[in-house]
Each structure stands twice: as C-alpha cells, then as structure tokens.
Design a protein around this ligand. Structure first.
Ligand code: ADP
Length: 460
C-alpha cells in the first residue's frame, strides 16, 4: 500500500439512512459509522448525510446546530450539522414531514421518503459547492443516489465524484440494488464469501468486473471491554477470565438468573427468517438440556414472530426460570453486558452477508458458534476443522461452526462447545484469550476500501 500513502487525502461523502448510535436499526448503521471513522483515522476527509429523524438519539450528537435552509422540488429543507463519534454529519430535514414519523423504516412509503432524501442530498452537495472524490451509498435505501447522480449531477457540478455502492443485504430491495449496480463506478458487498454466494444473482452477475467483497470490521473504541460503561469490570485479554466472570454475575443478577458457574449462551439478533429462527429455538432447548444458561436479546419486526417468541418466553420463564431469559426488545446497554458475560454467542443464520455479532463477541472474549455462511464463514474458524483455513489467513482457530439448516448441525457445534466448557476449562479460557487478541477491527478492511476508492478515482 506504499503508493496509496503518498496520494493526497480523499474527500468521501456517505449518503445513508442509518448511523450508529443515533439512528441504528442493524449492521448498516454500525458500518457507516465505523468505516467512516477508520477512513478518517487514515487522514481522509469524511462527511455523512443523514435524514433528520424525529427519533434521533440526540444525546450522542455534539455541537448540533441548524445551519441553513435550501429549497428543492418545492420543499423547504433545513440543514443541521453536528458531530457523531467524531464524524461530521449533515442532517436534512425536509419540511414535508417525511422524517417526522417516529421510526427509520416501516412506513408504507419508505421508498418515496428515501428517494426524496437521496435526491435532496445530492442537491445539497451541489448547492453548497462540495466537490467530493467519492460518493458512497448503501443498500436499497440510498441506492437511488447512484442513478440520480449519474443522470443529473455527474455532468453538472459534481463531475469529480465517483460513485461507490455497497450491498449490506441483497434480500432487501433487489430491484433498487440492481439499478444501482448498473450505475455505480465500483460496488462492494460486506464479505468475500457473500460476494461469491450472490455472484450468480441476475442483478449482480453482469457487474462482477466492478464488484468486490470486503469484510466489515468493528470499531474497537465503540466495542471495548477495557473501556465500557455497561460492564462491571474492565478487562483485556490479560484478565479476561476475571472480567468475564464479573460480567456474567452482573448479567445473571440483572436478569434474575441463578448466580452459578454454568456455560452461558448469548443470542443478540433481529428475529427474522434470515437469522435461523428454528435453529435459535432448538439451540435454546439443547443448551438447557445440557445444563447451561441462555440469554436471548432480540426483537421481531413481524408481529407473528414476536408473538411466537412471547409464548416461548412465557413457557421458558416458567419451566426454566433460573436458567433462561428472553428479552424481546432492542437494548444497546444490555447487549454490551451479554457480549461480555456470555461464554458463547450463537449465530445460526440461514444467510449472513457479514454479521457483526460474531466479531463483537470475539472482541469481548466470547466464543462464536455459527452456521458457516457468508461473513460468518470468513471470520469464524472451527477449532476442530478449520486449522488450515485459519492458517492461510495468518490466524488461529476461534470458534465452532456447522453446515446445513437442520437441527443436527446446530447440535453438532453447540454440543462440542458446551462439552469443551465442562471438560476442558483451562483450554476454553485460553481460547477466550486468543479470540480477544485477534484483530477484527477496520485496520485491514479500511485499506481495502481505500484501494477501491483510489481505483474508482482513476476511472474515466
Ligand atoms: P443485521 O444488520 O442483519 O441485523 P448484524 O450482525 O450485521 O445483523 O448487526 C446487528 C447489530 O445490531 C449488532 O451490532 C448487534 O449487537 C445489534 N443488535 C441486534 N439486535 C439487537 C437488540 N435486540 N438489542 C441491541 N442490539 C441489537
């Protein structure tokens, strides 16, 4: 990367509809923030443009101020500016009420609202004399930036910019994604294995020459067991056993579980088909059978699935009150305590573009138990089966994996994990230390993005 270092800093503008921690629904929000911070740390200039939702978590925005208004398509748009996790963020507040609806997604007219936002964001850049090198848009929700830019702005005022589009999840809005793939100068998705899994999809297949899989990282400052106000004892790999013991006790106490030294399996997830619901349910029962404890933190956008889990919760809380807790909500502080207090984090996804929970688990010294798909395949190396594959990446093994979508698979991984905990505690503890010392931050992937940005800039 010697050549890259000498090049002048780039100016990158992200146009996105999620951003952690102020407007986060899933991994997309984490990635916008953490990729931007990593690229900024490498001395490039980054701005983010976001809708000004009425439900923004304002306590995490510094120096928040209303700057100016502009007019687009007959609508007055207020522009706010603030700093989020050290990043410069512009918030667009159209006076048509589009983002005064109490949520990010879930209104019948999401496509119309975000389409408006995409166009308004490009207009904001033009009217304010921005000349970014890269405009980076994400998923179906800001996909329209790609074609609106090429059709209306690339030749008028924003001619220096190149357009990068990232697919965080092809399941959502494939139609939009296909069109953005066509118009983007470069496109990425969030892990090499997922890029191969979707390469044959008709919206991707014609564009493989400009399509790259770059694994996501996590932000080591946002997820840091040495400096985390939601856990009782700070720890690093040096005192991982002590730190996790304290966190487990705090978690057990907070949730009213039996305070005992038992293997604890944590699950932190959106409860949707993608995440392997039948495997999650099965794993809960299997863990209890094996004498472990289970904590699930998750919420279901689909009311039928939510209902189903409410029933399961009632059943478990009466049959296994001291060993199982289902917390059916979105709760960021609790997620930190689970990452720290669990021995294992289970991620049995049917498909998983990258997955952040297994990476965060490892940062907190929890051992991932995953289905081998997408980014889970690229980041988790089975202690019994993947030594060579890990070594090829310069890594040691770090978890338990399984194939297939039937319950036998998850049993296979979970049984080995729990047996290791019971029968080989010292070795298990050394595994916790080992996973904490692996680097799943943006250090490496940010350089890959910079290489891609530079390659995009060189395109005619
Ligand atoms: P996806 O984007 O498909 O939801 P990822 O694994 O990429 O999955 O990202 C999920 C992110 O959301 C992680 O940071 C995880 O900790 C967080 N998360 C998921 N469910 C919850 C919840 N119920 N409460 C708190 N955080 C959650």
């Amino acid at each position: 990367f010697g050549g890259i270092v000498k090049e002048p800093p780039l100016h990158i503008v992200h146009i996105a509809v999620e951003m952690a921690p102020i407007a986060k629904v899933g991994g997309l929000g984490d990635v916008v923030t953490s990729l931007s911070r990593a690229v900024q740390d490498l001395n490039h200039n980054v701005d983010i443009i976001l809708p000004k939702y009425d439900c923004l978590n304002l306590s995490n925005i510094k120096d928040f101020e209303c700057q100016k208004n502009y007019l687009w398509a007959g609508t007055d748009i207020k522009v706010w500016h603030g700093k989020v996790e050290g990043l410069s963020v512009y918030f667009l507040e159209p006076q048509n009420g589009f983002f005064q609806v109490g949520c990010v997604y879930g209104r019948g007219n999401d496509a119309e609202r975000f389409g408006f936002f995409c166009h308004a964001a490009l207009e904001f850049l033009l009217q304010n004399g921005f000349h970014p090198d890269i405009i980076h848009c994400h998923d179906w929700s800001s996909a329209p930036v790609a074609w609106i830019f090429k059709d209306n702005y690339a030749h008028y005022g924003l001619s220096k910019a190149r357009l990068v589009f990232t697919i965080h999840n092809l399941e959502f809005g494939a139609h939009f994604i296909g069109k953005a793939m066509q118009y983007a100068d470069k496109a990425t998705t969030v892990s090499p294995t997922y890029s191969r899994e979707i390469a044959g999809n008709p919206v991707i297949a014609p564009h493989l020459h400009k399509f790259h899989g770059i694994i996501n990282g996590i932000d080591p400052d946002i997820w840091d067991p040495y400096n985390d106000k939601f856990i009782p004892v700070s720890y690093s790999s040096e005192n991982v056993v002590e730190g996790k013991k304290a966190a487990k006790e705090a978690l057990q106490q907070k949730l009213g579980l039996k305070r005992a030294d038992l293997p604890l399996v944590g699950i932190i997830t959106r409860l949707t088909h993608q995440k392997g619901i039948h495997l999650i349910k099965h794993a809960i029962w299997r863990t209890l059978e094996r004498g472990g404890q289970v904590v699930l933190l998750g919420s279901a956008p689909d009311p039928r699935i939510q209902n189903d889990f409410v029933n399961l919760k009632n059943e478990l809380h009466s049959s296994h009150n001291d060993r199982a807790r289902l917390c059916l909500a979105y709760d960021e502080p609790l997620s930190h305590l689970i990452y720290a207090g669990a021995d294992f984090i289970l991620v049995p996804s049917i498909f998983e573009p990258c997955g952040l929970t297994q990476l965060t688990a490892m940062r907190y010294g929890s051992i991932p138990v995953v289905r081998k798909t997408g980014g889970l395949f690229d980041s988790v190396f089975d202690v019994d089966h993947d030594k060579d594959r890990a070594q090829a990446q310069g890594l040691e093994t770090n978890g338990f994996g399984f194939d297939g979508t039937d319950v036998g698979g998850v049993d296979y991984a979970l049984n080995r994990a729990i047996t290791t905990w019971f029968d080989s505690r010292d070795w298990f503890n050394s595994l916790c230390k080992r996973v904490m010392e692996q680097d799943w931050s943006w250090n490496r992937p940010a350089l890959d993005y910079l290489e891609l940005y530079h390659a995009a800039c060189k395109l005619q």
